[in-house]
Ligand binder design. Structure first.
Ligand SMILES: [Mg+2]
Length: 417
């Protein structure tokens, strides 16, 4: 099998020929799904055998017409000359997917594999080696992201998305340095008394040209680039500082809730970060609540239990956010030293249906049975509020009371109550 350098030579030659004959050339980037897992469980020797078998299959598929090369442990490149149209390419790609998924006998076991394929086409997606390879990989990443065992063609949209990602991650780095973030606060009320008991701090990015951006636009990028750690620390400190400022102005103390991503927890030093911020800002721990996502309920359970206990030992409160939509591992829920469940707004929004009423009631009852308080998010109408009161939900947050608002407005809101 040629190496990548030889593959490059051949592809360039194929492109030159196709250019003269006005033909298309397809470039395929193929990657086996879960190969590392197999390699680890079967051993490297068996892994190598498996790769040889796959390579033989691929060679048979492309016969003499195309060029095949192996670029990484389980990544292959294929160049297919003389492609008349997309249909020819798709038919060929389906043949590959099918032959890779044939059961393979190895080490007295029968294995079935699958692969993800990204496709770029000369001259539509590029006219040189680098562009065609990069675009095929971009498409392959999408195939992988969407569960594998499939193929994707490169599209301009894909190109736009990856450029946008690069651009935003660069700007986000800049935003951290230039401190372009701001927190908005949404009140949390005791449903029975109507008293404001807390505020959820929600981050916004004051983008220099695009205006105020919501977390949905940048938190993923912050997590993928690792910037979430710095941004998270900033948000935590800012919220604690704000809570102290409100208290000093003489209004009745309320709890501030700050969202913490699973990644921040996994990085490990959350306990000392929180401790330091509490010391620096002088906020009493009981007025700080961390909102954790449900995904922490399935990752490193033992370590998470330990970490949550340490956080609780600082005297702060913990809640599980968007409860009921992620991985509600009920087997572990009672092991977590938390204070509150936040019912996801999707259940609240549709609480006029019997199914959602049942779900909300069940969450409230589980929460109460385990000694937790329960808060509903996304409460927008009096009818929703009535349903929640009937279900004995303790607290609520939503547009019915107030949208997330900048701190000066929130202060006025507190004064007006
Ligand atoms: Mg939240």
């Amino acid at each position: 099998m040629p190496n990548q350098l030889a593959f490059k030579d051949r592809l360039e030659l194929t492109i030159a020929l196709a250019n003269n004959q006005h033909n298309k050339v397809a470039v395929l980037d193929l990657d086996l799904d879960n190969f590392k897992l197999l390699n680890n469980s079967l051993g490297f020797h068996a892994g190598d055998e498996l790769l040889k078998k796959i390579a033989t299959e691929l060679k048979t598929c492309i016969s003499d017409t195309g060029t095949l090369c192996r670029v990484g442990s389980d990544e292959f490149l294929i160049a297919l000359p003389n492609c008349v149209d997309e249909q020819t390419i798709t038919t060929f790609v389906c043949t590959i997917l099918k032959s890779v998924s044939q059961p393979i006998q190895l080490a007295k076991q029968t294995l079935s594999l699958s692969c993800s394929i990204g496709i770029s086409v000369f001259p539509d997606d590029g006219n040189n080696y680098n562009d065609l390879i990069n675009r095929a990989s971009e498409a392959r990443r999408l195939a992988k992201k969407n569960g594998g065992n499939g193929y994707y063609y490169f599209t301009e949209q894909l190109n736009k998305n990856s450029l946008e990602f690069l651009c935003l991650s660069h700007q986000l780095r800049d935003a951290v340095v230039k401190n372009q973030f701001v927190l908005h606060y949404q009140p949390q009320l005791d449903l029975v008394s109507g008293r404001i008991i807390g505020a959820e701090a929600l981050i916004r990015w004051q983008h220099p040209t695009e205006g105020l951006l919501y977390p949905a636009k940048f938190i993923d990028i912050a997590e993928q680039t690792g910037l979430i750690t710095e941004i998270g620390i900033w948000a935590l400190k800012e919220a604690c500082q704000q809570a102290v400022t409100w208290q000093k102005s003489g209004i009745e103390p309320i709890t501030v809730s700050v969202n913490v991503s699973a990644l921040q927890l996994r990085r490990g030093n959350m306990v000392s970060v929180v401790q330091t911020i509490l010391n620096e800002t002088g906020l009493e721990p009981r007025f700080l609540e961390l909102e954790l996502t449900e995904s922490i309920l399935i990752e490193n359970i033992e370590q998470t239990v330990l970490q949550l206990n340490q956080l609780k030992a600082l005297g702060i409160k913990l809640s599980i956010d968007d409860f009921g939509t992620g991985y509600s591992n009920l087997a572990y829920l009672h092991k977590f030293n938390i204070d509150k469940l936040k019912i996801d707004q999707s259940f609240v929004r549709n609480i006029d249906t019997p199914a959602n009423q049942a779900i909300v009631l069940a969450i409230v009852q589980i929460g109460h049975a385990l000694g937790y308080r329960v808060i509903a998010e996304g409460v927008e109408t009096e009818a929703m509020k009535t349903h929640l009161l009937t279900s004995q939900c303790d607290e609520a947050q939503g547009y019915l009371f107030a949208k997330p608002i900048p701190s000066p407005l929130f202060y006025e809101f507190l004064l007006a109550r």
